[in-house]
Write a protein that binds this ligand. Structure first.
Ligand code: NI
Length: 138
């Protein structure tokens, strides 16, 4: 069977601060720069979620994109959009909300939708030029 990758784009806005509680403000600013601003700051995040798998001969689909769209909305957009990630999103209570950590958290929330034999790749743009990618290890 042919393996095909299907992708869905999504978007959310969120605020965060990159810092370690056990570091001084000066240390945090030296490491994280503007992203350690104690008053937080926002990003317009762009998300691309891809599922790779075999085409179902009955439907011609790898995955019903409506189902993927609704799942991204409930698991990611509703949970993250217009939120302060550090304060309002439980996953980041003790985890720095860097794009790298975010993409793994998003992947782990979404991977429950996969059928056996499917793999998921998540790409998260923090800015138009900075983006990170996480692919499930087989
Ligand atoms: Ni930032």
């Amino acid at each position: 069977m042919k393996r095909v990758k299907v992708s869905r784009k999504a978007h959310f806005n969120a605020a965060h601060r990159l810092y370690r509680k056990d570091w001084s403000d000066a240390q945090n600013e030296a490491q994280f720069g503007k992203c350690s601003n104690p008053h937080y700051h926002g990003h317009n995040y762009e998300l691309i979620v891809s599922v790779e798998g075999e085409i179902d001969p009955e439907t011609g689909y790898v995955m019903d994109m409506k189902v993927l769209k609704d799942y991204i909305k409930s698991e990611v957009e509703d949970a993250f959009d217009h939120k302060n990630l550090n304060i309002e999103v439980p996953e980041f209570k003790n985890l720095i909300p860097s794009a790298e950590n975010m993409v793994v958290v998003i992947h782990d929330k979404l991977k429950k939708i996969l059928s056996p034999g499917q793999t998921m790749e998540v790409v998260l743009y923090e800015t138009p030029r900075n983006f990170v990618t996480y692919t499930e290890q087989a």
